[in-house]
Ligand binder design. Sequence first.
Ligand code: AMP
Length: 302
Amino acid sequence: MSLLVVGSVAFDAVETPHGKIDRMLGGAATYFSVAASYFTHVNLVGIVGEDFTEKDASIFRGRRVDTVGLERAEGKTFFWAGRYSENMNERTTLATELNVFAEFKPRLPAAYQSPEHVFLANIDPTLQSSVLHQVKRRPKVVALDTMNYWIERTPKELRETLRHTDILMINDSETRQLSNEHNLLRAARHIFTLGPKALVIKRGEYGAMLVHQNRTFSVPAFPLEQVHDPTGAGDTFAGGFMGYLASVSRLGDAELRRAMVYGSVMGSFTVEKFGLDRLRELKRSEIHARARHFSKMTQFSL
Ligand code: AMP
């Protein structure tokens, strides 16, 4: 099964109550690919600059991540800087330097053109659409992430991309903004009229909720004594979610529920350390152990 992702590969500067790092590897597609590669093979489409070294690229080595679609261009790699509030529930973006991303025109290598699963990470909806146009067959699942910036500035283009999206994965404030509905179930009903058949609402420390076909399923965030850096949690969630779905042949309610659990499991590891440090060293056995823990933690009888 093939899983295609398009999105940012970046350098991030991050400040949390637990520390400050001026430059570390990040980017939505990076977190996504590393997380998903524990479950399936990933084809990565993105762009980096001349400052992206072999050492940076080594995050993908020894994993099931194909980087033939990771273009190298003259200039600097996309840079993002953010600061988290004391309780880490709010994030302020301090800098977004598009650099090589400004001229990015995603190009799918021939071997990537018939994916069964596609994840369009948070980028310009026009670029997301251009990826779908290059895909030869209708994929089994197209999932998409977006943010307030695109909801506000390119609503028409976003709507066009949403028409071809099966699963929308956004946070609660984006859900409300996109739908103009405060109530999340009503918001979901509205979003289903735009194209997606399922909505995954990411709620940070409160977990995540899946809405599809009049059904809801909620997973908590794994309780951790210390969260060091929430950066990339959403993309890692998406990587666990899509990676799991791409690893199984069925796409039913049970699979979607399990995907939610693996998404939450993967996100919970990312936040334990800064940047990609926890994912870098993560073992498969730890993923399975935490998934079992999730199952016990949420079981009850009536
Ligand atoms: P998350 O914490 O899951 O929302 O994702 C954080 C990652 O998204 C960081 O590693 C950033 O490099 C990347 N990022 C931040 N802003 C943007 C943007 N406007 N476009 C693409 N990627 C971004």
